[in-house]
Design a protein around this ligand. Structure first.
Ligand code: NI
Length: 247
């Protein structure tokens, strides 16, 4: 699935949300609809609240498969920052992510911190993973998430793609406690948030799906990182760091 059709999917979902919100606004009172500034109000209300769920450290067959199944049931697209060394043997999972509209990014080949590396060692982590993904998926348009969020001037110079960090981190590696993670995310999440989770833990997969259901009920829509920034008319630049897309 191409970038264009993914973006259209978000726009379609946003359109449905807009129709629902316009309907609710009209039902709220005929007077409001008759006011001169009503169209502006309706336009403002129609802007969808967006969240990008991101998953690091995968793929892991058992948990990533469960997550993809749950996201597919809910019609949700997410972003996966993959470890290069875990791609071999999981090619079908990565092709499934791509085919189902998820975005794929690089999380180094061996999950090492990228700061302080020389150019050759950096390339062995980032460029090597990009090449493995390019051979698998036929393009090399991949975002980078450095392990531990560790960046420096060399990482930014050599990335050759946008660097995506996060704004909501429940530290799901700490206690693998689904209820705590869900509560943390629901408290911190707002329009434009990028949420960090790891699809290698069953508790995180469960938390992600509970968060989707809870925030869907609050009118949020879920999208990939690329879709999130496109909807906010922010163009992602190589070597720049992005943490959120608040309106
Ligand atoms: Ni990681």
């Amino acid at each position: 699935m191409g970038v264009r059709s993914r973006r259209l999917g978000v726009l379609w979902a946003a359109g449905v949300a807009a129709i629902l919100m316009v309907g609710a606004a009209l039902g709220a009172g005929r007077e409001a609809a008759l006011q001169a500034d009503a169209p502006a109000q309706l336009e403002e209300q129609a802007a969808p609240k967006l969240i990008a769920l991101t998953f690091d450290d995968g793929p892991r067959r058992s948990t990533t498969t469960a997550l993809l199944d749950g996201l597919a049931q809910r019609g949700v697209h997410a972003t996966f920052f993959l470890i290069g060394a875990q791609i071999e043997g999981n090619e079908d999972l990565i092709c499934r992510m791509d085919a189902e509209g998820h975005q794929i990014g690089i999380h180094t080949y061996d999950h090492v911190s990228l700061t302080g590396l020389n150019r050759a060692d950096f390339s062995a982590q980032v460029d090597r993973t990009r090449e493995v993904l390019r051979q698998l998926l036929g393009h090399d348009n991949f975002l980078l998430r450095p392990p531990y969020g560790a960046t420096d001037a060399s990482v930014e110079l050599w990335a050759e793609c946008p660097i995506v960090l996060w704004s909501v981190d429940p530290e799901d590696w700490r206690d693998k406690d689904t209820a705590r993670e869900v509560e943390h995310i629901l408290q911190e999440a707002r329009d434009g948030s990028i949420v960090l989770l790891h699809d290698i833990y069953p508790a995180s997969v469960e938390a992600a799906l509970q968060v989707v259901d809870a925030l869907h009920a609050q009118g949020y829509l879920f999208c990939t990182v690329e879709e999130l920034f496109a909807e906010r008319s922010i163009s992602l630049e190589a070597g720049q760091i992005y943490r959120q897309a608040y309106p």
